[in-house]
Write a protein that binds this ligand. Structure first.
Ligand code: KIV
Ligand code: ZN
Length: 514
């Protein structure tokens, strides 16, 4: 019997710490449901002490999820732990994850604490978290740059205090695979009560080694990996869930453990996260990139046709690529629509909401005869953009673009109920449209990213546009989808402006005093 490798997904917490990737409560619940369908063991839903919105999002995920453990992050402070305990009350199975920094540089410069004080805070935090749940995880932040002797001391103390998962984070992505693996093996061997806890790892990708470091740790005894869909996360991101899971699954000859995940849910979940956060997936990204299973060169194609194993080490359908099939069409009724939405984890709050999305589905089906799961996800994303505090809405867009002429766009928008119309010229239809919108909303923001992706295949596919705006240190991503990419671009720009103009009250978990 192989050991179980616990998959702890932190897309909704560390993933959300990527600049511009913040998610609403409903978006988090949708992603959590997709993770639950994939049979992820633990879902870190957020940092409840960050803001009232974060608290409510963790609470909503805790209430919605039945088959996965729901986790909330807390600094080693009573107020954070109480907030996390409160938010997780409704969970079928809950975990509190508390942390404090242990590297010399973090203890001296960030915390201004002695090592003994740090141990005191950690033990106190774990004991307090145990008042809410038996399932407590402790992380020595910046373990990758901490002294091994000190890690042994603090980890032994928190196990005695009741922590049952010890997570070793390489917070700044500094470790090398061999060295990180050796650290895990040493900790397990040196800590006298290490058999009472599961060792976990949480690796960042600053040197592109997050997955390699995680796998090295697994080879040396770690039995939980913290990771995110598409490798989303602070700075260069976290270890990518799909890469860790598929490496362990594909190389069962090598690893002494396996995950219990339904890997066929990976691709749809990746697309959902990309669409909600506005972080596109690069085409050559392992497992979930559009080219991950495409064989371009003649030699490869010939080999694959003769025997797929000549060049393929995994089957595309095992990670869900073949599920890009038509699920609904122009003639599908309300029931079929509602049923498929429920299968995708979407529940409507009211009949009016269902009717609204069904009406949009019919409009889309008129333009595009085959509707795929990805189209349905985009419809829901669009509805939740509008459900947010959207004080700016797109009413109409007219674009003139012809060879030899300067493209021109005229746009009408509603700003707090007041209709405004403006025109602009630009280098192309998209440029003219975004300039026309900017002439009305005057954000002065810098356009840091503009990208278009096909949601499915074919020229009638919906284009999904991501726009990243940056203003006064704040970064937001806006998304929009439409069969017309100029309209999708206008929707994405307006979505980003709405986010930019809404107040940001969140507190970053790792930038506080503790
Ligand atoms: O990277 C990190 O150290 C973290 C901790 C909060 C676990 O995200
Ligand atoms: Zn992290």
């Amino acid at each position: 019997m192989k050991d179980k490798l616990i998959i702890f997904d932190t897309t909704l917490r560390d993933g959300e710490q990527s600049p511009g990737a913040s998610m609403t409560r409903d978006e988090k619940v949708r992603i959590a449901r997709a993770l639950e369908r994939m049979k992820v063991d633990v879902i870190e839903a957020g940092f409840p002490a960050a803001s009232q919105g974060d608290f409510e999002a963790v609470q909503a995920v805790a209430d919605a999820i039945k088959d996965s453990t729901v986790c909330g992050l807390a600094r080693a402070l009573d107020k954070d732990i109480d907030r996390a305990g409160e938010a997780l009350k409704g969970a079928q199975s809950s975990r509190i994850h508390t942390f404090i920094a242990t590297s010399p540089i973090h203890m001296q410069k960030k915390l201004n604490m002695t090592p003994d004080q740090v141990i005191e805070y950690a033990v106190r935090a774990v004991k307090r978290a145990r008042q809410y749940t038996d399932n407590v995880e402790f992380s020595p932040e910046d373990a990758g740059r901490s002294e091994e002797d000190f890690l042994c001391r603090i980890l032994e103390a928190v196990i005695d205090a009741g922590a049952r998962t010890l997570n070793i984070p390489d917070t700044v992505g500094y470790s090398m695979p061999q060295q990180f693996g050796a650290t895990i093996a040493n900790l397990i061997q040196r800590i006298p009560n290490s058999d009472k806890a599961i060792f976990s790892v949480h690796c960042h990708n600053d040197l592109g080694l997050a997955v390699a470091n995680s796998l090295s740790a697994v080879m040396n005894g770690a039995r939980q990996v913290e990771c995110t869909i598409n490798g989303l996360g602070e700075r260069a991101g976290n270890a990518s869930l799909e890469e860790v899971v598929m490496a362990v699954r594909t190389r069962q000859d090598f690893f002494q453990c396996d995950t219990g995940l339904d890997t066929r849910e990976i691709v749809i979940c990746s697309k959902l996260v990309s669409s909600i956060t506005g972080f596109p997936v690069q085409p050559n990204k392992a497992i979930v990139g559009a080219n991950a299973f495409a064989h371009e060169s003649g030699i490869h194609q010939d080999g694959v046709l003769k025997n797929r194993e000549t060049y393929e080490i995994m089957r595309a359908e095992d990670v869900g690529w073949s599920t890009n099939r038509m699920v609904l069409g122009k003639h599908s009724g309300r029931n079929a629509f509602k049923t498929r939405m429920a299968e995708l984890g979407v529940q409507f709050d009211s009949e009016a909401d269902l009717n609204d999305v069904f009406y949009r589905f019919k409009q889309l089906a008129d333009k595009k005869h085959e509707i795929f799961d990805e189209d349905l996800q985009a419809l829901i994303s669009e509805q939740s953009f509008e459900a947010e505090d959207e004080h700016i809405k797109l009413v109409a867009l007219k674009v003139c673009s012809e060879t030899g002429e300067v493209p021109n766009a005229t746009v009408t928008i509603l700003v707090d109920g007041k209709e405004l119309t403006g025109s602009a010229s630009g280098g192309g239809a998209v440029d003219a449209s975004l300039k026309a919108i900017e002439s009305l909303v005057t954000t002065g923001a810098t356009l840091a990213l503009y990208s278009v992706n096909n949601i499915t295949t074919g020229t009638d596919s919906q284009g999904e546009v991501t726009v990243r705006l940056e203003n006064a240190g704040r970064i937001v991503n806006g998304s929009g989808a439409d069969t017309d990419i100029v309209i999708a671009s206008a929707k994405a720009y307006i979505n980003a402006v709405n986010k930019l103009q809404s107040p940001d009250q969140r507190q970053h978990p790792q930038k506080g005093d503790v």
